[in-house]
Design a protein around this ligand. Sequence first.
Ligand SMILES: [Zn+2]
Length: 340
Amino acid sequence: MNILFKKSLWWFATLTILLSTAGQAADYAWKKVERNGVEYVDLSQVKGFYNFPTLSLSGSRIEMKNKDITLLFAAGSQEVLMNNVKFIFSNSIIAINGSYHVSVTDLLKIIDPILRPASIASATPFDTVIIDPGHGGIDPGCSNSLGTEANYNLKVARMLKDHLTKLKFKVVMTRNSDKFLTLQQRVNIANKYSNAIFVSIHFNAIGQRGRTRARGIETFTLSPVGVAHYGRSLKASDFVLKAGNRQDSANIALATAIHWGTRMHLKKAGMEVPDRGVRRARFSVLTGVKHPAILLEGGFMSHPTEARLIHSNAYQKTLARSICDSIVFYRTATIQRPKR
Ligand SMILES: [Zn+2]
């Protein structure tokens, strides 16, 4: 792990120690308010629970900070910045009786695991990394004049495998050639192993109309029960507990580590791309895999600048290196369990 990366992420582990004496957020007697079937908690209660000294308001901007971390909310928005990492919350921050509230789901499923990664029961020790290069064979994924997504995914996956192997991780590739696999086959391969995490690698694309607009990196992790797939409305099946939901907290911690780490590495390498945030989705690989799992969309092949970046060896190498460092970081942060 390089120095810059360590420095940038140090608060993640520091907080683990600072907050290890606090009780479990899920067990705490929050005073909840309901709006449109969603339960909310006043941000001042959140401030108190996590010992933030300040909660300040300026226009629609709501800031909660201590010496290690800054949480930046915007009234009416689902976008939240936690130490400059963007998260797309499941519900907007809303004013109820004159004070700002966050939904209980976002509090327990995003804020808490991020602030206290070592209290995540589902983040069990692991020695195996399952790398899933998306698409392949008859399914090339996205494509442009420079190449196919299936091929880029595989290239990054192979580099990542080399890094992890050197660090003595056991590595499983769902595919290591240009071969077609169904989503269920990928899930079945992953679920044959224990003590593992799952990382699916993809690149994005959008139709002609959004070509020059849509760009950047986004990291998906499974929507908790009662939360829709990003950009879709809620449906009955969103309330069914999936295999992946047993690791909700570990999922968000892994997504954060990889999303943040990737952005830091790209920035340092002079290849910074926009931040599209950590988002919730119901992709089959995320719902079916029984390990902490994320799906990284490493940029837009449809965007003229990003297409060239994604095609470059330097960009692919940086992605692979950063995912590896992030995995190591996630492991370090989550195994420092508080004594109870
Ligand atoms: Zn894809």
